[in-house]
Design a protein around this ligand. Structure first.
Ligand code: ADP
Ligand code: MG
Length: 610
């Protein structure tokens, strides 16, 4: 299709938005255009976090010479024509706004050649005004170079974050698209260094390994769920026969969920690695996020989140993509159906791969479940029988979680008032839990979580008094970091120093450690730093405002007593005493419980004394 200016009635229906917020927004729009153009290879190059330069090169269809000036007009697009098209968008772009918006706030050069034309066209715009238009030599495809973003909008320039932070946002965009399009070869170069690339061979597993790492990818479970197939099978069974292929392919409401999710052993402190695509468009959706978290119910520790990369495919007519300024959210015609499908798809995959958890019996005091999973408790849906044990074999059953979009926390008893009663330490079990007696029954205390809470409050207090205790090293330790870790240190030097690290650049990705937080005790300084950086990088790109918090939590985690450590009676008493003195003794800084309480009444009930 050729590029045309949308008629006013269509333009008026387009949810307009400020698409250019930061360098990553530019990368998102340009990469989407390259994907829409059918590129097999997309190379992104940035300098200074994209502030100096962003270049996106693709080998897609190119833009015919005569259409090039039009591409920079507002509401000029080759991707839709009528209002009707807006209700079944199959391309990532459709508003015809991105090029115009980006050109308006930068110095932009576009070089493009469709395979059918002998020469490329080169156009340069500054602040949206065309300054050069001519022919040039170039391989087929399109190269767009955006220099000095916001050079003419100082107000927005001011809000940009450090280069490393902006680069991290760009990394996130590129790597997410690489997950959605394993058939496309992606490469990202930041300040002349390749920081990310995929092979474009079409295997999602390879892309996962590139985006996370091989070890993480190996712990992921394949999700292949097809609602059309499911419905057809059910219908087939009802009719007393096997599903036939015709039913499978002609199913009107086909909804499929494909991708990978983490095995239960793989979990994170944040939800940032739950990634969704709808018809291969990367979107944010709280409710879908919730669907996945709920699918792991009881499989993950409280406050931990799974890793998931899922593409939901459905008829484009059943999803409205024209609802959000940056196209980051969509609206489903039947959100419940999509929620259910996502939850079921993940639950099936996890159940099939996970070993049976040892909850045994239904008497587990803190788990009270009723009802079945989904709307058909007790039926023999094929996914249950073919994918392993039914829920009843687990000794518990899932609640009807579908009706509830909110966070469900049924695991512990009703919240007790803050503060702890005095406790008497009885002993330690599994080198991990302290058994204690209180005025009302038994307490099991997780020694690691409890110590994390204690250290965290200590650190917070020191910080409030601007007196964070650090250990000055007699001999500075030189540590060689990975480029990613070095970028993190560079970006968070201040926050790291606020918790007690004294680090100085020592050339390249090498740093010299002069001091470490006092609470790290005798830990090997280099190893501790590397561990902390790894933990920080794991999960999300730190949001600037929460970074010091996140670093503090990570340091405390590293510094605290681990499971597997035998504690003396005296050490346990001291730990419990210090825990009693904290302001929020019942949870660790990650939000996991530090203790479980079995009241005298519960004990009596369990033993049949009541
Ligand atoms: P939209 O993507 O919403 O159509 P854009 O402003 O992003 O709007 O792009 C305008 C038009 O320019 C597109 O519809 C497309 O025809 C053309 N275009 C932009 N980038 C490319 C590219 N990398 N390869 C081929 N055509 C492109
Ligand atoms: Mg576009």
């Amino acid at each position: 299709m050729t590029i045309r200016i949308l008629p006013p009635d269509v333009a008026a229906k387009i949810a307009a938005g400020e698409v250019v917020e930061r360098p990553a927004s530019v990368v998102k729009e340009l990469v989407e255009n390259a994907i829409d153009a059918g590129a097999k290879t997309i190379r992104v190059e940035i300098q200074s976090g994209g502030k100096r330069l962003i270049q996106v090169l693709d080998d897609g269809s190119g833009i015919p010479a005569e259409e090039i000036p039009l591409a920079f007009a507002r509401h000029a697009t080759s991707k839709l024509v009528s209002v009707d098209d807006l209700s079944r968008v199959t391309t990532l772009g459709f508003r015809g706004e991105a090029l115009a918006s980006v050109a308006a706030v930068s110095q932009l050069t576009l070089l493009s050649r469709p395979a059918s034309q002998p020469a490329a066209t080169r156009i340069r715009l500054e602040g949206g005004q065309q300054v050069v238009l001519g022919a040039a030599g170039s391989p087929g495809g399109t190269i767009i170079t955006v220099e000095n973003l916001f050079y003419n909008v100082p107000a927005r320039l001011k809000f940009l974050k450090a280069d490393a932070t902006e680069a991290a946002h760009i990394h996130r965009i590129v790597s997410h698209y690489a997950l959605a399009y394993p058939h496309i070869r992606f490469a990202l170069q930041s300040d002349q260094r390749t920081t990310f690339q995929t092979n474009g061979r079409g295997d999602l597993f390879d892309a996962l390994a590139a985006v996370f790492d091989l070890e993480t990818a190996r712990q992921m479970i394949l999700v292949e769920y097809d609602e059309g197939r499911e419905n057809a099978r059910t219908r087939g069974r009802e009719a007393g026969e096997d599903a036939d292929e015709e039913l499978l392919t002609s199913s009107p409401h086909r909804l499929s969920v494909h991708g990978y999710v983490g095995a239960p052993a793989l979990h994170r402190g944040t939800r940032d690695q739950i990634i969704f695509f709808v018809n291969k468009r990367w979107i944010q959706d709280r409710s879908l996020n919730q669907a996945v978290v709920q699918a792991y119910h009881t499989f993950l520790p409280v406050g931990r989140y799974p890793v998931a990369v899922l593409n939901i495919e459905l008829d484009p007519a059943e999803v409205d993509v024209n609802v959000h300024p940056t196209k980051a959210e969509v609206k489903f015609q039947d959100p419940r159906a999509v929620f259910k499908a996502a939850q079921k798809a993940v639950r099936e995959a996890v159940m099939a791969a996970a070993p049976v958890p040892a909850y045994g019996g239904q008497a587990t005091p803190t788990y009270h479940y009723s009802g079945g999973f989904g709307d058909h408790a007790g039926d023999a849906a094929p996914w249950r029988t073919s994918f392993g044990p039914s829920f009843s074999q687990f000794g518990f059953e899932m609640q009807r979680t579908f009706d509830n979009e909110g966070e469900r926390q049924p695991l512990l008893e009703p919240p007790a008032p803050q503060g702890l009663p005095l406790m008497r330490v009885v002993g330690q079990i599994q080198q991990m839990y302290i058994v204690a007696e209180g005025p009302d029954g038994l307490y099991l205390i997780d020694q690691h979580a409890a110590h994390e809470r204690i250290l965290y409050e200590k650190l917070a207090q020191q910080k409030a008094q601007a007196a964070v205790a650090r250990q000055q090293l007699l001999e500075p330790v030189v540590v060689e970091l990975s480029p990613g870790q070095a970028a993190l240190v560079e970006a968070e030097l201040k926050a790291l120093s606020e918790v007690g690290f004294e680090l100085e650049p020592f050339g390249g990705a090498t740093y010299r450690i002069r001091a470490v937080p006092d609470i790290l005790g005798q830990a090997n300084p280099a190893q501790a730093l590397v561990d902390i950086l790894a933990e920080m990088a794991d999960g999300a790109i730190p949001l600037a405002r929460e970074t010091h918090e996140k670093i503090a939590i990570t340091v405390c985690k590293r510094a605290s007593i681990k499971g597997g450590q035998i504690l003396s009676q005296e050490e346990m008493r001291e730990l419990v005493r210090q825990l009693e003195a904290t302001s929020a003794p019942r949870t660790c800084p990650h939000g996991r419980p530090t203790m479980i309480h079995l009241s005298a009444t519960q004990l009596a009930k369990e033993f049949g004394r009541l």
